[in-house]
Design a protein around this ligand. Structure first.
Ligand SMILES: Cc1ncc(C[n+]2csc(CCOP(=O)(O)OP(=O)(O)O)c2C)c(N)n1
Ligand SMILES: [Mg+2]
Length: 926
């Protein structure tokens, strides 16, 4: 650490300090603070840039004489805490006794046990008649401690603890059967998907917990502001590791929390100074570093560095020698100190100054060793929590200094290897028993047996009484809320009728769909439009004035455009969440809204509209967490398609988000070409998520290419929803082709066949599949095939390759596992070929996405299957140039068809006729 220069005038310094002491003694800390602020302001106006650190001395923020104290029996509390510690440890040890295959973590919870237990015993309210409940984001790999408490509370059984990390219920293969028959296994980390009535928040991917929690706290202010739910007295508590704070997501939104004055939010950062490999800041001090950052972001910072046993030493440290030593010791040293013993601490810590060495010269090594850290001292933690709860106008961060692997002794306390330590020697377990005063027999220690004292013991009585006073048990997840009535599809009538001669994009259609919902009596209040500074891109700016942009303070200025119809209106009751250029934040807001049915008992219907390129690949991990969270809502990937968003180039043109969406099991994704498809899909999404409360969420891509939107053909709804429906039949007339896209100077694609014109079904020569805007190229290709090559095509709009693939996989699996039953046929097979499943007609697919999207359905396509797609980096150009470049345009559809039909000569002729350059590298290599 930097050396402090010698003081040139110690007497003068002393005078200043004494003046300050006098003010403090006579007028109190508030007066001292006011004076100091004036001094600083004066100094800075006169050009003094003297470092005004963002940090305070390396001691507790709350002085010992100002601590709130719990009025409970600390002896009972300690014994209860020790039992939780033991059962947490036993959970991991038992799981790993046979084999270390199952894994688990001991050290993290042991360092955080006091931080959790004080919360459980005194602070966190469960949902009850009187209170909506606090929301606690548990650090993922501390889960064994949460299970251990739930076990003592009688919420999970001993068998379940034994089934920690054995969730599959798989049979055969000598996999050990689950203990207790059908006793449910416990998931490794907090996963609502796996334990839907227990865990609320999936946190284990580092950084996601903190950012989701910040937006949760903001969303609660939003619900309160809009009068949707009583959240005023409910708090969000977030547990994070100090190593975890290096994730950009952990700290990336703290400025928003400060700016929005989220005083319903408390972060507890467990500063055990270690992460997985070693020290978090060996050469610095993580507590100080975080203090400066949070303070700068407008947070109330409470440091809990030292335990009560240090109080007398600090009180006697008049000249500040002890604090100096505390400040100059870096975290790497602090960690090393706690991995040794009292004699080592005496020599290497107190021994740094003669004055500090003297302070403990009469102490035994054991007494020196017993000097505790703040995060392990329940009274310090209690005081910090009480202060956090009482604090208004700012979020609070509690920086609690602890020891990783606390109590694990030679098996890991303060050691670099401790994070992954899953076993402990018997000797260490006996030491653990003594250290925490556990009443366990030798045999129980040897077996690492679970321990629950009798129901009428003081510990269990205390546990029950405290939780009853706080409204019940935590965590607990609500799986359903009240269903909302979804209007008839007619609500979208204007969209279903098509746009006649008007050329509109599916983005514009989406805005109409949203507007229709915002007029629906039952649903309108529940809609949450979320945008990351892209409303104008999507034509949603009209909603600014209509709905208002949510702001806690309303609008403190007259907006520049206030004279205009669609001015930028901020409002306390605003409905839009305008997140700024912040996709992870917007996604976190969406998750908060999409899980509101569970966390607040109020179903909300969020529509998060963004550039599709900055969706799954930017916030993919949050999207995965949304799936785990059982989120319900709509993600709208705007300006989608690698050749449709044409001018923006490589970093903007998305040709793969549908592949990413398909990876999330409960994400239902569609790439509609037409407005009516979009309306039908949104309507069905509402039915599934809002009326029937299915735990799925929707990803829909919408495009910015304008064209005439046809009307909903009769009988097509089922196909639209399942993923494919026919839009043109072989032999039927094409609807009048007209110039469409503004940029298309040639004749635009036709509209497909109005159903009433299909006189007689005939087997087509080829089946063409298209998705999104590329469907129109496919239709144009079909017309060229008829007119130039005498080929008749059935043309299908594939609204969702991923839904078709899921159906195909399910049917295939069902047939395989029921080999003697009558086989079923996947939807895509029968939709394409009807009963005549293998009629040998080739199938050509073209989309604005990478080939892998359409490839998903290959096993169930009747006939030869050729896939065209936009693999490769995008670039800027005209749409028709890009479609030619990626070989997904009408001409490539023709060539692919002729080739698949075995008409090589014709294919060659088409290549020449359409001036297709065949001597260039493949697009994905260019
Ligand atoms: C995004 C992500 N990267 C890596 C991991 C793997 N991981 C799990 S715990 C851990 C170390 C955590 O250290 P810290 O945050 O200090 O928590 P502690 O266990 O010390 O309380 C790591 C790297 C993860 N869970 N998530
Ligand atoms: Mg840590």
């Amino acid at each position: 650490m930097a050396e402090t220069p010698p003081d040139p005038d110690p007497a003068e310094t002393q005078e200043w300090l004494e003046s300050l002491d006098a003010v403090l003694d006579h007028d109190g800390p508030e007066r001292a603070e006011a004076l100091l602020e004036q001094l600083v302001a004066r100094a800075s106006r006169r050009g003094v840039t003297a470092s005004l650190h963002g940090t305070t001395p390396y001691v507790n923020t709350i002085p010992a004489d100002q601590q709130a104290e719990p009025d409970t029996d600390q002896g009972v509390e300690r014994r209860l805490r020790s039992l939780v510690r033991w059962n947490a440890l036993a959970t991991v040890l038992q799981a790993n006794k046979e084999s270390s295959e199952l894994g688990g973590h001991i050290a993290s919870f042991q360092s955080a046990a006091t931080l959790y237990e004080v919360g459980f015993n005194h602070f966190w309210r469960a949902p009850s008649e009187e209170h909506g409940g606090d929301l606690v984001y548990v650090q993922g790999h501390s889960s064994p401690g949460i299970y251990a408490r739930a076990y003592l509370e009688g919420r999970i059984t001993e068998d379940q603890l034994r089934n920690f990390r054995q969730e599959s219920g798989a049979s055969g293969l000598g996999v050990p059967a689950r203990v207790g028959g059908d006793a449910r296994g416990l998931s490794s980390y907090p996963h609502p998907w796996l334990m839907p009535d227990f865990w609320q928040f999936p946190t284990v991917s580092m950084g996601l917990g903190p950012i989701m929690a910040i937006y949760q706290a903001r969303f609660m202010k939003y619900l309160q502001g809009r009068g949707m739910s009583q959240c005023a007295d409910r708090d969000v508590w977030v547990f994070c590791g100090d190593g975890e704070m290096d994730e950009p997501e952990s700290m990336g939104a703290i400025g928003m929390a400060g700016r929005e004055k989220l005083d319903n939010l408390t972060f507890v950062v467990n500063c055990n100074l270690q992460r997985l490999d070693g020290p978090v800041r060996g050469n610095g001090k993580i507590v100080q570093e975080l203090e400066a950052e949070f303070r700068g972001a407008g947070w109330n910072v409470i440091k809990v560095v030292w335990g009560s046993r240090w109080d007398p030493l600090l009180a006697a440290d008049d000249e500040g020698h002890l604090v100096e030593v505390m400040e100059e010791t870096v975290d790497g040293e602090y960690q090393a100190l706690k991995s040794r013993d009292g004699a080592y601490v005496r020599e290497h810590f107190f021994g740094k100054r003669p004055e500090t060495a003297k302070m403990v010269e009469d102490w035994s090594d054991e007494e020196v060793w017993a000097l505790n850290r703040g995060g392990h001292d329940p009274s310090k933690v209690y005081a910090a929590y009480a202060a956090a709860r009482a604090h208004e106008g700012q979020p609070t961060v509690i920086l609690a200094k602890t020891i990783k692997g606390y109590g694990m002794g030679a098996s890991g306390e303060g050691q670099n290897i401790t994070h992954q330590q899953k076993k402990m020697t018997e000797e260490v377990l006996f030491t653990f028993r003594e250290r925490f005063g556990l009443e366990l027999s030798d045999a129980e220690v040897e077996r690492a047996a679970f321990k629950k004292p009798p129901d009428d013991s003081p510990e269990m009585t205390f546990l029950r009484e405290q939780r009853e006073a706080l409204g019940g048990s935590l965590p607990a997840r609500r799986t359903q809320a009240e269903a909302l009535p979804v209007p008839d599809l007619e609500v979208f009538r204007s969209v279903l009728d098509g746009s006649a001669d008007r050329e509109v994009s599916t983005t514009m259609v989406f805005v109409r769909v949203l507007s229709a919902l915002l007029r629906d009596k039952a649903l309108k209040k529940h809609i949450v439009p979320i945008v990351p500074d892209e409303s104008r891109t999507f034509g949603m700016e009209g909603m600014f004035r209509q709905l208002g942009i949510y702001s806690q303070v309303g609008q403190l200025y007259q907006p520049e455009d206030s004279e205009q119809l669609m001015f930028y209106r901020e409002d306390r009751q605003g409905q839009i969440l305008q997140e700024g250029i912040n996709e992870p934040g917007a996604m976190s807001s969406w998750i908060a809204a999409a899980t509101s049915y569970s966390n607040h008992g109020v179903p909300m219907i969020p529509f998060y509209v963004y550039y599709s390129m900055f969706g799954f690949q930017r916030v993919g991990d949050l999207a995965w967490a949304a799936g785990d969270s059982r989120a319900r809502g709509f993600l709208i990937g705007g300006t989608a398609g690698r050749t449709t968003l044409n001018g923006e180039g490589l970093q903007h043109e998305d040709g793969h988000s549908h592949l990413q969406a398909a990876l999330i099991p409960n994400c239902v994704a569609y790439d509609p070409a037409y407005g009516y498809e979009l309306a039908v899909i949104v309507h069905d999404g509402l039915r599934r998520m809002v009326a029937e409360q299915e735990d799925v969420f929707y990803y829909l891509t919408v495009m910015n290419e304008n064209y005439r939107q046809p009307a909903l053909p009769e009988g097509s709804i089922e196909g639209i929803l399942k993923g494919v429906h026919r839009v043109h039949a072989a032999g039927a007339p094409f609807a009048e082709a007209e110039a469409t896209s503004h940029e298309d100077d040639e004749q635009g694609p036709p509209q497909g066949t109005p159903p009433e014109e299909v006189e007689e079904e005939r087997t087509p020569d080829v089946r063409l599949l298209g998705s999104g805007t590329i469907l129109r190229e496919v239709l144009a290709g079909a017309q060229l095939l008829r007119e130039g090559w005498g080929v008749e095509a059935d043309v299908f709009s594939v609204t969702s390759f991923s839904e078709l693939a899921r159906d195909g996989q399910a049917v295939e699996r069902r047939n395989r596992l029921h080999p003697t039953a009558e086989p079923e046929v996947p939807f895509v097979t029968s939709a394409l070929a009807g009963d005549d499943e293998r009629d040998g007609v080739p199938v050509i697919a073209a989309t604005d996405y990478v080939r892998a999207v359409a490839e998903q359905v290959r096993p169930w396509i009747p006939g030869e299957y050729v896939v065209l797609g936009t693999d490769g980096f995008g670039r800027s150009d005209y749409r028709r140039a890009l479609r030619r470049f990626f070989e997904v345009d009408r001409h490539h559809v023709v060539v692919a068809t002729l080739h698949a039909l075995g008409r090589a000569e014709d294919a060659q002729q088409a290549i020449e006729q359409y001036e297709i350059d065949t001597d260039v590298e493949a697009p994905w290599r260019r």
